[in-house]
Design a protein around this ligand. Structure first.
Ligand SMILES: [Zn+2]
Length: 108
C-alpha cells in the first residue's frame, strides 16, 4: 500500500551542520538522512523530543526540556554522532545539554 502523505518535518529551511547537528532544526545529520525512512511513529516521537514535549530531564545550561536517549533506555544517544564539544565553559553536570545548547558550544 502506498500512501502519498506529506511527511512531517521540523525543518525550518535553515539547515546548516554545526559539527554534526543542524543549527536550524537541531536534528543530527544521521536523523536528517534517515528522516524519510523512519516510521511515522518514530518521526512523531522525534518531533516531540525536538519540541520538548517528550523530555527525560532539564538541560543544566538553559533549564529547558532536554532529551537523552540513554535515559530513555536506548543504547546510544543522538549526541554520540556529534563532533566532540568543548564543555569547559559550562558547569560540569551528569545531565546532558539540550540539542540547542550543545550545538552552540565550540567544537574541540
Ligand atoms: Zn539547553
Amino acid at each position: 500500500m502506498t500512501k502519498t502523505i506529506a511527511i512531517a518535518t521540523p525543518c525550518k529551511a535553515a539547515c546548516k551542520s554545526e559539527g554534526g547537528i543542524c543549527s536550524g532544526c537541531f536534528r543530527t545529520m544521521d536523523e536528517l538522512s534517515a528522516w524519510r525512512l523512519m516510521e511515522e511513529e518514530e518521526r512523531d516521537d522525534k518531533m516531540e523530543q525536538l519540541a520538548g514535549s517528550i523530555t527525560t530531564h532539564i538541560c543544566p545550561k538553559c533549564e529547558e526540556a532536554a532529551y537523552c536517549d540513554i535515559s530513555a533506555g536506548h543504547d546510544t544517544c543522538w549526541c554520540f554522532e556529534l563532533d566532540k564539544r568543548d564543555t569547559s565553559s559550562i558547569e560540569q553536570s551528569d545531565l546532558c545539554l539540550c540539542r540547542k545548547c550543545l550545538s552552540t558550544l565550540p567544537i574541540e
